[in-house]
Design a protein around this ligand. Sequence first.
Ligand code: SF4
Length: 384
Amino acid sequence: MMKIDFGVYIHIPFCKQKCFYCDFPSFAGREKYIDDYLNSLHHEMELGAERIAEKGKLTPHTIYIGGGTPSHLNLSQMEMLFKSIHANMQVKNVAEFTMEANPCTIDEEKLHLMKDNGVNRVSIGVQSFDNGCLKRIGRVHTGEMAIEKVSMAQRAGFDNISIDLMYGLPGQSIDILKESLDKAVALGVQHISIYGLQLEEGTVLAKQQELHKLELPADEAVEEMYDYLVEYLPAHGFNRYEISNYALEEYHSRHNTLYWQDVPYLGFGSGAHSYWQGNRYENPVTIGDYIEAVSKDKFLHIMEESVSERAHMEEFCFLGLRMTSGINKRKFREIFNKDINEVFGKVIDKMVAKALLGESETAIFLTPLGMKYGNVVFGEFILE
Ligand code: SF4
């Protein structure tokens, strides 16, 4: 059998409380379904190993347990999850095995269990170290707790830790952001993801906005925050390698880089996406629908969509442009049997003239200005 490099994503959709900005497929107050859900996950992984690895074990390049909040599982549920993973996947040789955690629900025992089961990277959702901001976005932890849990993870032996931060939050000033960034780099973590707040439909913050009860920083203040952080993080050793991701040398996320490089991946769990043999798949989003689908032995046959060449080219460009290394011209030629300039030449020239794109012999990439106005550039890469 031909060896295919691929990543595995495992979704844990349970959270202690729904954050006010979150529109991810995650749910609070459904703890009573966790055991059934984990049984379904186990069965879905078995189906994956049976069909893809032909009854052997799956051999992913990377594994990522995300959510939701994976650390919301209690110790025995976590053990159950790791047993399923080890029963169906070769974990020993994975290049990176990440698990997401919330400062509120991670503890020493869970961290040691993670370490003993091969997890070698922890991604901790911090968002801000300012307790006022955290409260206004519905986070269940404090800034102090986040600091304590990062050092707890370090003491447990993790030397590859990522934290998530946000800017443009309600009540956040540039000084509050600066303080959070200072605290983040002082922690000695290896990776920082930082996202601007987006008001997503159906979230608590979007409702507050409709009722004129949300006090967001002015656009100019958000721009000032952006301009500050894109200078600050690299000046402190965190190189920007993707629009929202910064890492110390050699600590970029291997798993997320697979997504941006058009590499196949298998997603297990409710709402998980897969990209396999040129097709895209999406699992049912609700916990009940997912458990039901898996009970009927459905695997990679739920909401299937084959990707047309046109859509594939567009996506290849959007994803490539997210990374500072940009779109790899050789890879484009290998996949589509065409030169990228034959297809997108006009757009590339237009964006280069506006200083939003740069072009080298090997790549097309966003300039710093293009990174700031990425959506304008992405919009141009949609083929008529
Ligand atoms: S912890 Fe994460 S997944 Fe859960 S509600 Fe908050 S942002 Fe969403």
